[in-house]
Design a protein around this ligand. Structure first.
Ligand code: ADP
Length: 227
């Protein structure tokens, strides 16, 4: 059974702009899926709907078989715990250290200090930032900041990692590092959905690719070929 199913999803923004048109696809647990397409193709809109930040105008999205439109508003924060998210800008809290930035993700979920002291160094080790946990965001590079954002996104062990243009602000070396980490997180069992306009990344991944063009799926290829 698929983890996420989109059934003829159409999104029309209030200004009548059709951002997505009859999108249907299934994503299985443990998959690594890249969503590619030019800027404006609808990638972010699709991710926002999966995360229940935007609602489809027509069609339905199922998560684990449940229509997410049926989840009451007050339970959406619990639904969203299934996900970790990273974006082009790292969104780190500038007045908190690397350790505190990652710890914060557990604090808001009510985890104990003992758990936090145990879990945070472990995930910082995985992303290769354990030796820099007392630094502040302005003391680390963009690539390092994105590694921290990744650590923060997955520390609560989400089922799905949503990465929306995570390498958009990074140099080629840092880009490689982030892609390598996304693959590692995927190998550890997390489903990864990566949106990017950078086809060279997709070339190297050899994972499933869904190509969007003006709000429609124009290709869905399990071998990572996009044209
Ligand atoms: P991508 O992530 O592929 O760059 P987006 O999903 O951000 O594409 O945007 C798809 C289209 O929808 C764009 O033309 C954009 O201008 C439009 N759009 C996105 N968000 C909104 C919004 N809140 N209101 C109106 N139009 C929007």
């Amino acid at each position: 059974m698929s983890l996420i199913t989109l059934d003829k999803v159409t999104k029309i923004y209030p200004d009548e702009f059709v951002a997505l048109e009859e999108i249907s696809c299934r994503i299985r647990e443990g998959e690594f899926v890249s969503l590619v397409g030019a800027s404006g193709a609808g990638k972010s809109t699709l991710l926002k709907m999966i995360y229940a930040n935007e609602r489809p105008t027509y069609g339905a999205i199922y998560f684990g078989g449940r229509d997410i439109a049926s989840i009451p508003e007050r339970l959406l924060p619990f639904y969203r715990r299934n996900f970790g998210t990273v974006f082009q800008d790292f969104k780190l809290l500038p007045k908190k250290t690397v350790f505190e930035n990652v710890a914060y993700a557990l604090e808001v979920q009510g985890k104990s200090n003992a758990q936090i002291r145990e879990e945070v160094p472990k995930i910082l080790e995985i992303v290769g930032m354990a030796d820099q946990m007392d630094k502040y965001p302005d003391q680390i590079s963009g690539g390092e900041a994105q590694r921290i954002a990744l650590a923060r996104a997955v520390i609560h062990r989400p089922r799905v990692l949503i990465a929306d243009e995570p390498t958009g602000n990074l140099d080629p070396v840092s880009t490689d590092e982030i892609i390598r980490l996304l693959l590692k997180i995927n190998e550890l069992g997390t489903t990864v959905i990566l949106a990017t306009h950078d086809q060279s990344i997709v070339d190297r991944l050899h994972k499933r690719v869904i190509v969007l063009n003006q709000g429609r799926i124009v290709r869905d290829d399990s071998q990572g070929r996009y044209n």
